[in-house]
Design a protein around this ligand. Structure first.
Ligand code: GRF
Length: 187
């Protein structure tokens, strides 16, 4: 199988990146991780790129021409697919136009509910029954592209933000690889 050269965008912990690195070692998994882009110099996730010998680059997304720098890097590594894994910056239309239908994101809520930040505190405040995660295509509107995979769990009375995050991330480690397999299954 020809694996798609993929770039993972991160800003922080990188636990989803780590999970995808492990999954992509399987010869039947449809992607290979060819590049990691971080917009945070101190992102812990960069350590995984170093440890597993994956090229990585820091891009300062406050700079005016940052999109061109990203595009140049994507070109250099012949990237054909992008996964946003905790990337804390709204993707620009330049990038979306260049990678139409080729960018996916993981979000810690049952979209379309709770787009944006602070999902867990808002869920608790709203006394939601269920929580979960969504893997979706990225379009020009925040957290609004078509859903690929969604996984949910029932919120327990005792769950706080920390527990909700933990339970959600456990599902994310299943949902992200599942979404990637689903996308490329028939290609
Ligand atoms: C994930 O929970 C994801 O849903 C959100 O950011 C978090 C990133 O976590 N978009 P990690 O950096 O993969 O550990």
């Amino acid at each position: 199988m020809v694996k798609r050269k993929t770039c993972i965008f991160i800003s922080g912990q990188g636990s989803n990146l780590k999970n995808l690195i492990f999954r992509s070692r399987d010869k039947n998994f449809p992607i290979t991780i060819s590049l990691v882009i971080s917009n945070n110099k101190n992102a812990l996730g960069i350590e995984y790129a170093k440890k597993y010998n994956i090229p990585y680059t820091y891009i300062n997304t406050s700079c005016k021409n940052y999109e061109n720098k990203i595009l140049l890097n994507l070109k250099k590594y012949k990237i054909s697919f992008i996964c946003l894994a905790g990337f804390m910056k709204i993707i620009s239309s330049t990038l979306i136009n260049n990678y139409q239908g080729k960018i996916i994101n993981i979000h810690p809520s049952l979209l379309p509910k709770f787009k944006g930040l602070n999902t867990f505190s808002r869920m608790l405040k709203n006394k939601e029954k269920n929580a979960g995660c969504t893997v979706h295509y990225v379009n020009k509107k925040l957290d609004s592209g078509n859903t690929i995979v969604q996984k949910k769990f029932t919120i327990n009375r005792k769950d706080n933000e920390k527990i909700l995050k933990k339970k959600t991330q456990k599902l994310e480690y299943l949902a992200f690889p599942e979404a990637i397999i689903k996308i490329f299954r028939n290609n």
